[in-house]
Design a protein around this ligand. Sequence first.
Ligand SMILES: C[S@@+](CC[C@H](N)C(=O)[O-])C[C@H]1O[C@@H](n2cnc3c(N)ncnc32)[C@H](O)[C@@H]1O
Length: 293
Amino acid sequence: MKEPALKKNENSAYLKELLEYIHAMRGIDFSLYRQATVLRKLELRLQETKSRDYKKYLSFLKANPDELQALVRTLTIKVSNFFRNPVVFELLSSRVLPELAAEFGFLKAWSLGCANGEEPYSAAMIVHEFQSQENLSFVSHIQGTDIDPDAVGKAIKGEYSGEELFETKKRYIEQYFSKLPHQSGISDEHERYQIKDEIRSMVRFSSDNIMSMLLHNRANLGSYNLILCRNVLIYLNREMQEEMIRAIGDILYDKGYLVIGEPETMPESVRQKFEQPFPGIKIFRKRQSATAS
Ligand SMILES: C[S@@+](CC[C@H](N)C(=O)[O-])C[C@H]1O[C@@H](n2cnc3c(N)ncnc32)[C@H](O)[C@@H]1O
């Protein structure tokens, strides 16, 4: 006999249990993310696993350990590409790096939610170019962190398709990538590239939860003068977005820079801690007088 459908409140209780299970197993609290997106993404896994409600899906998840990674991969959207929103990288290269070199003499950068490494590697390329052009000893530390260990694994490997390089200028492709030998049966449209060791060695990757790090372990993180947190906050609920920007402000040096994603907005409550030197571009500089609150 067919089981009766769950009542709406029963399904919500199982949804809560499901989110708690992910939190317990993987340390990611998806109740702090935008719920509409979480529900839309969960629906995809329910369909894929032919689970008709959260109760059925939860049993499936507990019985099939591989499903947990598939679920986390679906919930953490990883769309990215090298030099995403190129104007940002042009300004970082022409205005921000020279300023940081003059002001600090070093770069300590962190890409939060770095996906498969495209963002910190793009930063490493402009830093490498800047160092060579200026013939400077401008010490740089670039870090990339993502919650998805598969994405971090791909970043460390440093192998990409031609499509992922579509916003990358030819000179960077020629200088910093090697084209991988062609595999038989794969068309020319699917060229693959390997990032060169000189760039790969400039970035350190880790798989971690940036929310736990910033909200519960801030005191041990040290300080940075460039933080890229692009297209990550948009998936969090409003309160979390504000808390995260506040926490990022606390680990930025005065006059250090924060870059957020094009579709993201700087919350009003923390706006006064930052100036926006390039009108319309989501690059913010921490004001000198701003203190942690
Ligand atoms: C849409 S991608 C953005 C990639 C890159 N920053 C960009 O703008 O192209 C969002 C990334 O944030 C990561 N992410 C989401 N929540 C996270 C968390 N709590 N800690 C670390 N990474 C997280 C996801 O795994 C995903 O790779």
